[in-house]
Design a protein around this ligand. Sequence first.
Ligand code: GAR
Length: 219
Amino acid sequence: MINLGVLASGRGSNFQAIIDEIEQGKLKASIRILITDRPDAYAIERAKKHNIKHIYMNTKEFSSKDSYFEAIAENLFNEKVDLVILAGFMRIVGKPLIDAYPMKIMNIHPALLPSFTGLHGQKKALQYAVKITGCTVHFVDEGMDTGPVIIQSAVCAFHDDTEETLSNRILKMEHKIYPEAIRLFEQGRLEVQGRTVMIKDIPSRDYDYLINPPIQLTD
Ligand code: GAR
């Protein structure tokens, strides 16, 4: 059982997917706190519904990016958070938080990293007209979407996709692989060696799952 702290800026559907797996008993975790950088983030409504402590932290009340992220780290420490989950948190994490939680911050990105980093990963994939894109869960380092990759899922992109249709297809997979990555962490099965995240004890029959999660993970 681990304690999670979630950082979100908006809708919070990944936050919801994690809540759902916890409530279904599939993920042995407790969400101790939701921190948002926007007062109108819909994630707050989800936290209220599930009795999860939530706070809005206004960047404008802090003199620097470092002091903002120091305060976030303090709030997470106070809640005895083991693992920090970025769930649609639209800021680059400051060094004080990364130093406080080395290789204990996860992010989900709506593309197959290192492609299409930053905002609008789905739109960038469409503009590039790739045939396959997807989503990535990775540990967070000081760069933008550059930390070690934990799990990825491939999703087809079609020539007649809109940003919305492609985003929805990717999002379905996000909701599968994010709880899965957290589960692997909770089970002590992730070991980071340089850029490589080793997943311990994957039986050989599950190898497909690692290289092509959609086959295994799609309902
Ligand atoms: C998700 O698609 C996530 O991958 C993306 O924002 C969306 C948040 O949705 N994150 C990024 O683009 C980070 N660069 P959600 O609030 O419903 O989870």
